[in-house]
Design a protein around this ligand. Structure first.
Ligand SMILES: [Zn+2]
Ligand SMILES: [Zn+2]
Length: 278
């Protein structure tokens, strides 16, 4: 797949070029490859106010996974420390009960209970204790503006280019350090949407993901890793995963654009753990 994009074409330009070249790339990739499992989906437990941030239920997400032919799904609602969308600690047991009920109703799909923990600057760099982490089958984690103690406002301003080069540089170092801290302090299966919402040293993060065997996500809702970020990350011995980050059940199992980005970046699809040839 390497060399399929003309010199000078990068990012979304490369993705669009590939699409144009193939005529209907979406159909092509969905015919050639399938997604085996989707470990990044949200439900109404990502609560929000006044309306839930996640729109699907555990049952509707699992039913959608079965319909999409997935072997497994993880329900991974936002972590406790998210001011607006985090799952409430008191509701973890009822989410587990719903997951068990959905598992019984859909035996062809393995259903896991995860949480998308928030990466923060204090403590061990995640918004849950190690004991709380044990309540989940595995952890996934990412950076979100809405968590406490993560320079949310500075990062948001930086994302809107309301900053100076010097401040951006300093923020990038702090973000990189807190992400690396989380990767080293916890057993994180997936680093979600790396590079989204905050500047980071992608090469340094990819190196630690490789060391800790953490999968780097090609996120379908936030479009990070981007093509350029993928090119940097792929230089390290790291593996990737596509995550739908579905906030509605009809998005469970989305993966095609992730393959388009991987192709544009020249990444071997065999490095994407949850994709296989049909
Ligand atoms: Zn996220
Ligand atoms: Zn998410």
């Amino acid at each position: 797949m390497k060399g399929s994009v003309p010199e000078g074409f990068c990012g979304l330009r490369a993705v669009r070029w590939n699409r144009k070249k193939r005529g209907n790339a979406l159909t092509d990739f969905s015919k050639e490859y399938r997604m085996k499992y989707d470990f990044h989906t949200h439900t109404v437990y990502s609560h929000g106010f006044p309306i839930p941030h996640g729109k699907g239920t555990v049952e509707s997400n699992v039913a959608a996974a079965e319909k999409a032919g997935l072997e497994a799904i993880a329900i991974a609602d936002h972590g406790f420390g998210h001011m607006f969308y985090g799952i409430r600690r008191g509701l973890v047991a009822s989410e587990r009960a719903e997951i068990e009920a959905a598992q019984a109703a859909h035996p062809s799909v393995r259903v896991y209970m995860s949480v998308e923990a928030n990466i923060i600057e204090i403590g061990d760099n995640l918004d849950l204790t190690h004991e709380e982490a044990g309540q989940f089958d595995f952890l996934i984690a990412g950076f979100h503006y809405g968590a406490w103690n993560c320079h949310g406002v500075s990062n948001w301003l930086c994302d809107k280019h309301i900053t100076t080069p010097r401040l951006r540089e300093r923020l990038r170092d702090r973000n990189t350090a807190m992400i690396i801290g989380a990767l080293r302090n916890y057993d994180i299966k997936i680093l979600t949407h790396p590079g989204d919402k905050c500047p980071v040293d992608m090469a340094a993060i990819a190196k630690v993901c490789a060391e800790t065997d953490t999968l780097m996500e090609l996120n379908m809702s936030h479009l990070h890793l981007t093509v350029e970020e993928l090119k940097i990350a792929a230089k390290e011995d790291v593996r990737f995963i596509i995550g739908s980050d579905a906030h509605t059940s009809d998005r469970v199992g989305d993966y095609v654009n992730g393959l388009e980005r991987a192709e544009a970046a020249g990444v071997d699809f065999q490095r994407i753990v949850n994709i296989e040839k049909r």
